[in-house]
Design a protein around this ligand. Structure first.
Ligand code: SAH
Ligand code: SF4
Length: 342
């Protein structure tokens, strides 16, 4: 029995080699373990090519980071939301969205969030703690265990601000790419505009997709929705995003939560298009109808108004899509994630 334990999905090939050696087992067992956990993406218990007693010793040495508090299904069982609990009591959520041929996992990068965006349930609840690399990878691995479709895409759009936990998030991107084989362009890091974090991502070796949450075309309005805008105003955020697009040769996406009468008028669309110039590969705006949260009185924009907003952007040469919401019936949609103890 090994005394030291390591979170199961914090291990890469080198750590598994070391563990198997420590357990006094032949080296090929490490290869089988890595293949099973990562290439085949199977749960440890199902790796029957490893003797049962060895699996039990590995399970002791490599415990899972989370237990399942609840799992809910929606959208004809094609959307699943987990509320996980870590050993220290921290709770986080993960959403799996299955499609006919593939699946996307929306992961949390922090328990809670310190950014305080007024319309977001996670922001309303405040910050609890950072997640580790292993905790981020575990969310993807365990979602895959529940999905017959291959998880091909990972989006950092769950709880937390990924670029406020940049070391663990970049490590997790490397592990998702190197160990689970997810292509870098299918990993999306969504940020509310942490400029130094965007700069770190620009220097990062993997060309992941960058998404920036804007929600407003000017500083005055954005400050009311996104307090971080006082620290990193729109111009600085957009400059950092342009530098990312230039360096990586990748199109940047922008998220825009549409709030009735607040940020969804034609003049907002014109102003937004005016700011999204000079992006290599063009800019792409995802319009998300506001989802309800307990702490914010705003209402989602009418569908016709969102369609008009999108048309306005397109007419000005900016690509726009309206995001279809998944998981609203189980509070699994954008901005609805927050830990609940009851
Ligand atoms: N912190 C990061 C990533 C997590 S939030 C960020 O803010 O980008 C993921 C997305 O959900 C962001 O685009 C965020 O603005 C959006 N969002 C938050 N609350 C929302 C709500 N109530 N309705 C619709 N989208 C929301
Ligand atoms: Fe945090 Fe993103 Fe929610 Fe803002 S929108 S509070 S940055 S999770």
């Amino acid at each position: 029995m090994t005394a030291v334990t390591t979170a199961r999905y914090s291990t890469g090939r080198a750590e598994l080699d070391a563990l198997i050696a420590e357990l006094g087992e032949p080296a090929y067992r490490a290869r089988q373990l890595h293949e099973g956990l990562y290439e085949q993406r199977r749960p440890l218990e199902s790796l029957t090519n490893l003797p049962k007693a060895l699996r039990a010793r590995i399970a002791d040495a490599l415990p899972l980071a989370f237990t399942v508090d609840t799992m809910q299904l929606a959208d004809d069982d094609m959307t699943a939301k987990w509320l996980w609990r870590a050993g220290d009591g921290a709770q986080i959520e993960t959403v799996l969205m299955r499609y006919s041929a593939r699946a996307t996992v929306c992961v949390s990068s922090q328990a809670g969030c310190a950014m305080g965006c007024t319309f977001c349930a996670t922001g309303q609840a405040g910050f609890e703690r950072q997640l580790s690399t292993g905790e981020i990878v575990e969310q993807v691995a365990r979602s895959q265990h529940a999905s017959p479709q291959r998880v091909s895409n990972v989006v950092f759009m769950g709880m937390g601000e990924p670029l406020a936990n940049v070391d663990a998030v970049l490590d997790a991107c490397t592990r998702l790419h190197d160990d689970l084989g997810i292509s870098a362009r299918h990993i999306t890091v969504s940020t509310v505009g942490v400029v130094p974090g965007i700069e770190r991502l620009t220097d990062f070796e993997l060309p992941v997709t960058l998404a920036v949450s804007l929600h407003a075309p000017d500083d005055l309005l954005r400050e009311q929705l996104v307090p971080l805008n006082r620290r990193y105003p729109l111009a600085a955020v957009l400059d950092a995003a342009r530098a990312y697009a230039d360096r990586k040769g990748r199109r940047v996406s922008f998220e825009y939560a549409c709030i009735s009468g607040v940020n969804d008028l034609p003049h907002h669309a014109d102003a937004l298009a005016g700011r999204l110039t000079g992006f290599r590969g063009g800019a792409h705006v995802n319009l998300i109808p506001l989802n309800d949260t307990a702490g914010y009185p705003g209402r989602p924009s009418e569908p016709v108004r969102i369609a008009a907003f999108a048309e306005h952007l397109r007419a000005a040469g900016v690509e726009a899509t309206v995001r279809r919401n998944r998981g609203t019936t189980i509070d699994a949609a954008c901005g609805q994630l927050r830990a609940r103890t009851s």
